[in-house]
Write a protein that binds this ligand. Structure first.
Ligand SMILES: [Ca+2]
Length: 420
């Protein structure tokens, strides 16, 4: 589940010599990227954590857009594996009492104690298509969960045209083993035959509406839909709890546009959180080879995929016209080349590790580490790799009620990271 088309992977192997030759002839991306960037705000002067050659000769649009100076956490950390029996966990949220609600890709949810031990298993959810990158994906709880016990989740749903990303809601039963009165509130049209790049994450805004990120479904014959305002894929959607468009959206008056679209031009967005320092909505997505990126989501904006990107095709060769900037299209705050394959992300909001306050933590899947990013004035000014010795694919992260950072991995593990 690297965000890579399997067929493309085979092509990558077949064309490895070509790509390698390309890299050798082009050398490193440019000198700004292979050495500390002295023009970045708050630069530490340390070398970037990434030392591998990039896949392309593309140049960043501004200093510090990639390969920020390396930083290191000064606080002594205690990293504990608190669960090892989860079944492909995907979504991870805290409950108001400090326990955790976790989705498992195969189609169930579990409730874990605050210590990470499985306490309840929730079954009987609508069938999911657990193939490729599909399955039971993200979950979130209603802002009024304590009184209404409502849970929202999304998943890949099989249908006659292939499959579709569906969003459902229901009430957690009193015994916490099932969801009652389940309603599918939204389906992100169109359906597609593939089982890759559904996205997706669910957040609630301060008004109690949902922001949902959707993937563009990966095929060369579908990905242009990320630019199509009549399609709900490759988008950030803004929905009511009933799955309707929030009123007065940026495209509410645009002919043939879906009024629930809030922003567009995304590839496979699996990182999604509000920046607690600014209230801005931030997103991270799987790019092509060398094009993973982070964006700040503004209403009505176009984030460029597949027209602009810092990556190349996984099979080799440029994406589209091979351009990285275009008028009317937003630049990413940050990008990675080579990719890390960003899973979930969270801004750290705890008090246990003060130097981490409002830092952004992103789970790396293919990179098998957690990226810690220090943000200043909406720019990345420092990057650190954490838990790189675990060999795990980090799928989701959350700040616990106790102020520790928690993460779950594709291998079924949960780690607690806190001050020693
Ligand atoms: Ca982009």
């Amino acid at each position: 589940m690297l965000g890579i088309n399997h067929k493309a992977l085979i092509l990558v192997i077949a064309t490895m010599a070509t790509i390698s030759a390309c890299n050798n002839s082009s050398g490193t991306l440019n000198s700004d990227n292979s050495s500390p960037d002295s023009t970045s705000p708050g630069t530490s002067g340390n070398a970037p954590v990434e030392t591998k050659d990039p896949n392309s000769t593309y140049k960043p649009a501004f200093p510090g857009q990639t390969r920020a100076p390396g930083v290191k956490t000064k606080t002594a950390l205690n990293i504990t594996e608190i669960n090892s029996t989860l079944d492909h966990p995907w979504g991870l949220r805290t409950l108001p009492d400090g326990r955790f609600l976790v989705t498992q890709k195969t189609g169930t949810m579990v409730i874990l104690t605050a210590n990470g031990k499985q306490q309840k298993k929730i079954t009987g959810l609508p069938a999911v298509l657990d193939e490729g990158q599909g399955g039971l994906l993200d979950v979130n709880i209603d802002p009024q969960f304590s009184s209404n016990r409502m849970v929202y989740w999304d998943y890949s749903e099989k249908n006659n045209e292939g499959s579709i990303l569906a969003i459902a809601k229901g009430k957690l039963s009193a015994d916490e083993t099932k969801i009652e009165n389940i309603t599918v509130i939204y389906r992100a049209l169109p359906s597609y035959k593939g089982t890759l790049q559904y996205g997706s994450r669910i957040l609630f805004d301060k008004q109690g509406n949902l922001f949902v990120s959707t993937g563009e479904r990966a095929g060369n014959d579908i990905r242009m839909k990320a630019q199509d305002l009549s399609a709900a894929i490759g988008k950030v959607l803004h929905l009511t709890k009933e799955g309707k468009a929030v009123n007065n959206g940026p495209f509410a008056k645009t002919a043939n546009a879906k009024p629930e679209i809030y922003a567009y031009g995304f590839r496979n967005p699996d990182g999604f959180d509000f920046n607690p320092a600014t209230g801005d909505l931030w997103e991270a997505e799987f790019g092509p080879r060398g094009g993973d990126e982070i964006n700040i989501i503004r209403p009505g904006k176009n984030y460029g995929w597949p027209v602009i990107t810092y990556g190349i095709e996984y099979a080799g060769g440029k994406v589209g016209e091979g351009i990285q900037q275009k008028a009317g299209m937003e630049q990413p705050v940050y990008y990675w080349d080579p990719v890390i394959s960003p899973g979930g992300m969270t801004f750290y909001t705890g008090d246990a590790i003060p130097e981490w306050k409002n830092n952004l933590f992103i789970g790396g899947l293919s990179s098998t580490h957690i990226a810690r990013l220090v943000i200043k004035d909406n720019k990345v000014v420092g990057e650190e790799r954490l838990l790189a010795d675990k060999g795990e694919r980090f799928r989701a992260l959350v700040t616990g009620k106790d102020g520790a950072l928690y993460t779950v991995t594709d291998g079924g593990k949960m780690f607690k990271i806190t001050k020693k």
